[in-house]
Design a protein around this ligand. Structure first.
Ligand code: HEM
Length: 565
């Protein structure tokens, strides 16, 4: 150890002079470098700070300006809103909508639903109407609901109101009417104004939309009063959906998690065994649900909900038939879109088409059947509804096959506006029935006559009024006989101004499209045939209706419709 330490100190002593010589330039160089680096760093950091500081200052100044603008805007908005709100609160309310705000105990939900629907109609269609008015109020439960009434704008207003308006108009010179969160508020309303009941027919809305006109111009001119979509002032409402349906008895539950999604087995013989078709079809199914696949039970459940003594002529059967027809009627064979497959009627985009007004009755009952038998697809259920209703009302047995599948979301909802309009002629009928749906004249006549031998038109839904036959809940060939035998005069439905044909006794009606069936000789031929031969009519109707239910349904070898084009 000593030897090592001795060798080390000898070596250190011998290199020491070299170290001393090198130390001087090293210290000098280091000091120089340190100095330079320090200055450079300082200069750089000051420059950076300078830039950042000024940049931030600029941002802050601009930000403050933006804030100022936003603040001013929101302040203005708020002031405008408060002004309109106080102004609106003093408007009169139509008598026939007042009680809509008082939900009877237990029916809050229904009340809400009907409001939502009304609001939808308002926002989408009636908002263009210069005669309409909307306001939000708070009622029991702190819920807000819109309601409509008619401000006849030319009339005089009170001095107080005119001052308020003047103030509003001076402050907001660019707005010709005061706007409240997107709703146009008509500026002048007389304080002693009493709104009258008004029905805007869905048919007129559709026609006006199709022709690109504003909604209410034609109809509103004739009946300038309140829009009322759910209640018919002359008849007590019979569409209180939540009150009518009988409570459904829940099916047997076999596990703690009854709605497990199960994979449906795909047989090896299926065309679906090709790799393209190896799609897993999933259905909501209760495990070991004894009802699974038992369509007779579903048929029975539909049959059970048809008789309704308070509804129209005592049955919702006609409504069910129309519902099924509308589920299929938007098929377009050229693009392959639409049709019943996919069950798209369950989506609001489709169901809220004005052409579907009034079909909530059938839909709500069928949806309850679905709750009881969740394994059936909506597409199957919605088609089966019409089939069962026709049979229950004395119609023919219709060849109905299950296997339609539901599309998971509303992307497959076809464009709206494809449903037929009742005020058109042959060209329109051919466009809908022949070009789009692929029916010939004979099928067209059988379908329209078969549909319109049932039920009737409701002022509150379509704007038309009355039924086609003396017994609207019996399926027979009466439509054709009445069409040929009665005298038909073109008149207007007094409350809506909608044109329709009435017979001399004014107890039966025909739509313009119905009369077209005797105006056009090619159609009339089949009307005469079916008026004479009830059996042939039943057979042809059943075939045409079955064809309707299969439009757009492309089945695999196992009968399942896996794709909705
Ligand atoms: C040109 C074709 C058609 C037009 C323009 C048309 C139009 C109408 C209109 C406006 C109503 C009155 C709706 C209401 O106010 O409640 C109605 C009712 C009805 N339609 Fe059609 N329809 C056509 C074809 C069909 C077809 C093909 C069927 C069935 C096969 C059908 C079945 C029905 C039924 C059953 C009702 C009565 C609904 C009820 O009483 O609730 N319609 N139709």
């Amino acid at each position: 150890m000593d030897r090592i330490a001795g060798a080390y100190s000898n070596a250190a002593r011998s290199i020491e002079p070299i170290g001393r010589i090198l130390l001087i330039p090293y210290v000098a160089l280091r000091a120089a470098l340190q100095l330079t680096h320090y200055n450079t760093l300082n200069v750089l950091s000051y420059t950076k700070l300078f830039i950042l500081y000024h940049y931030n200052m600029i941002l802050m100044i601009n930000g403050a300006k933006e804030d100022e603008i936003t603040f001013k805007d929101s302040w203005d908005q708020k002031k405008r809103f408060n002004l309109t709100r106080t102004f609106n609160e003093r408007r009169p309310v139509a008598e026939n909508v007042k009680d809509w705000f008082e939900a009877p105990s237990g029916f809050q939900d229904f009340n809400d639903k009907s409001w939502k629907r009304t609001e939808y109609y308002y926002e989408r269609y009636i908002v263009h109407a210069p005669i309409c008015y909307i306001k939000r109020i708070t009622f029991a439960g702190n819920k807000t609901a819109p309601y409509l009434f008619d401000p006849i704008s030319e009339n005089t207003i009170s001095e107080d109101e005119s001052l308020q308006l003047l103030e509003a108009e001076t402050k907001f010179p660019n707005s010709d009417a005061i706007r409240d969160s997107g709703h146009v508020i008509a500026p002048r309303v007389p304080s002693d104004f009493t709104p009258k009941s008004y029905i805007l027919s869905s048919e007129s809305v559709r026609q006006n939309h199709n022709s690109g006109q504003l909604v209410s111009q034609s109809v509103a001119a004739k009946s300038p009063s309140i829009t009322q979509l759910f209640d018919d002032p002359e008849k007590p409402s019979t569409v209180a959906a939540p009150t009518a349906p009988p409570p459904l008895v829940p099916g047997p539950v076999t596990t703690s998690d009854p709605y497990v999604t199960e994979e449906r087995p795909i047989k090896s013989s299926d065309s679906s065994s090709s790799f393209l078709y190896k799609i897993k079809i999933r259905r909501k199914q209760k495990p070991q649900d004894p009802t699974y696949g038992n369509y007779e039970l579903v048929r029975q459940a539909i049959r059970d909900c048809l008789p309704k003594p308070d509804y129209d002529d005592g049955s919702i059967g006609p409504n069910m038939v129309r519902f099924t027809w509308h589920c299929c009627a938007h098929f377009d064979r050229e693009s392959g879109t639409g049709g019943c497959n996919g069950g798209t009627m369950r989506f609001a985009q489709e169901f809220n088409d004005p052409g579907n007004t009034g079909l909530h009755t059938a839909k709500s009952y069928l949806d309850q059947v679905h709750e009881k038998y969740p394994w059936i697809s909506f597409a199957d259920l919605y088609t089966l509804g019409g089939v069962v209703a026709i049979e229950a009302m004395g119609g023919p047995r219709i060849d109905w096959r299950p296997g339609r599948t539901d599309c998971p979301d509303s992307k497959k909802v076809p464009p709206m506006g494809r449903l037929p309009l009742a005020t058109k002629g042959t060209e329109h009928l051919h466009e809908v029935f022949t070009d789009r749906l692929g029916f010939n004249d004979q099928e067209l006549v059988a379908l329209i006559g078969g549909g319109h031998t049932l039920g009737g038109c409701h002022v509150k839904f379509s704007g038309f009024d009355g039924s086609w036959t003396a017994n609207p809940i019996k399926f027979d060939n009466d439509f054709f006989r009445v069409l040929l035998e009665d005298q038909w005069n073109l008149e207007e439905v007094p409350r809506t101004g909608m044109p329709q044909y009435n017979n001399a006794d004014h107890n039966l009606m025909m739509l313009i499209t119905d009369i077209e069936l005797i105006k056009n000789p090619a159609f009339k031929y089949w009307v005469e045939v079916y008026a004479k031969d009830s059996e042939l009519f039943m057979k042809d109707f059943a075939t045409a209706f079955a064809k309707l239910l299969e439009l757009g349904v492309h089945r695999d070898a196992d009968g399942i419709a896996r794709t909705k084009v």
